[in-house]
Design a protein around this ligand. Structure first.
Ligand code: GLA
Length: 389
């Protein structure tokens, strides 16, 4: 077993001379004058003995994002409230063992396929691929051992826009039933504008399907402060994809008008969550994909969330066609967070930018097929501000 040595911590700082310099004296790749720093410290060992480090990206304004190599899990996002006080706004655990044994995807990178594939199977080029049914009859979030449960390689990266780290993982041909060797790179950047930028890239050596996302549970009032009912949510979508009782889209793109799914004007999350709408009953709350209003293929505003007590605002822009709004319906008091408090239903919400669930079985949805020679590129930005800024 690898021993944890606190002296192994190291910090990378961006030098004003235009190169990234390792605290221990090693010169790293990166040529532009930048900002912020990345700190690396041991976090624990996996049950099978792999050492896992915790990384902290800190920007010039003191905001920070912490993540671990296991699952690429974002364990903390510390951003200011309206009085300038930093606080952590994502749910998480204290110990690696909790992330390994009972994580409801807190903060994790999700792949190969974010959300569900119906019947845990799909056809591609005349071949049927069978996946693990890990969510009733369906496959959820990449299967039994998705990208949320693998140890990613992490390295600091250069760039002028902030503190950044690249996470890499190569998924073997046939892993979790999916065809093709999939090479994935994800860059987390914390900019000096208090934006968390997530850039995804993937290539394959055989045709396959891919849908990558990030699964932070947010509570903008602060982790452990209770429910998220009063957060005011706006989603830039006229339509959503209704689901069946197992949460697989029916294929229909339904109008949100006149339904509890209409967040085109800011509405408290809790205002209509108890409506007797069959869709909300299936999801035990919101657990639905929204069809984003977009023009072009660039970054476009997906959602905005405002928390009135802290004054914090989060705006999400993405290149993806959809966002899964999940109101933390399956959280229960068996989960105890890093601050020692138990979590309960709706103590956090997720806005997972993505392609639509079950796209491999829904030819009318935007395709999730990736072919050799192509590079999947996707970007999502979470911009944090307050009503005082
Ligand atoms: C996604 C799914 C939900 C649930 C959560 C994690 O949001 O759509 O049904 O699985 O992840 O529990």
């Amino acid at each position: 077993m690898t021993r944890i040595d606190p002296n192994m911590s190291r910090t990378w700082h961006r030098s004003v001379l235009g190169a990234a310099v390792l605290g221990m004296g090693v010169l790293l790749e990166g040529t532009s004058a930048g900002a912020g720093s990345m700190d690396e410290t041991p976090f624990g060992n996996t049950q099978d003995g792999k050492a896992v480090n915790l990384y902290t990206l800190t920007n010039d304004r003191g905001a920070s994002v912490k993540f671990i190599a296991y699952g690429g899990i974002i364990t903390e996002i510390n951003v200011p409230d309206r009085w300038g006080k930093l606080g952590n706004i994502v749910l998480g655990f204290k110990e690696l063992a909790d992330y390994e044994s009972k994580n409801p995807y807190f903060g994790a990178l999700i792949g190969r396929y974010g959300n569900r594939i119906g019947g845990a199977k799909f056809m591609l080029d005349g071949t049927q691929y069978q996946l693990a049914a890990n969510n009733g009859p369906n496959s959820l979030h990449g299967g039994t051992k998705g990208f949320d449960k693998v140890v990613w390689a992490v390295e600091p990266v250069g760039g002028a826009s902030g503190a950044a780290a690249r996470l890499s993982y190569t998924s073997k041909d046939g892993e979790e039933g999916y065809p093709g060797t999939l090479t994935v790179r994800v860059v987390y950047t914390l900019t000096n504008d208090n934006e968390l930028r997530i850039d995804y890239e993937a290539t394959t050596d055989k045709p396959t399907v891919v849908n990558l996302t990030s699964h932070s549970y947010f509570n903008l009032a602060g982790d452990g402060t209770g429910g998220i009912d009063d957060h005011i949510l706006t989603i830039n979508a006229d339509r959503y994809t209704p689901v069946d009782a197992t949460l697989i889209p029916t294929g229909q793109l339904a109008s949100v008008a006149g339904t509890p799914f209409d967040f085109r004007q800011g509405m408290p999350i809790g205002a209509r969550i108890r409506s007797n709408d069959p869709q909300l009953v299936y999801g035990r709350g919101y657990d639905h994909n929204y069809v984003l209003n977009r023009s072009g293929s660039g970054l476009s505003l997906a959602a905005r969330v405002y928390e009135p007590r802290s004054g914090r605002i989060m705006e999400i822009s993405t290149t993806e066609p959809g966002v899964q709004f999940y109101s933390g319906n399956f959280l229960d008091s068996t989960l105890v967070g890093a601050a020692g408090q138990q979590y309960r239903q709706t103590d956090g919400f997720c806005l997972e930018t993505q392609h639509f669930p079950d796209s491999p079985n829904k030819p009318s949805f935007p395709t999730t097929v990736l072919k050799p020679g192509e590079t999947l590129k996707s970007t999502t930005i979470h911009k944090f501000s307050t009503d005082a800024s």
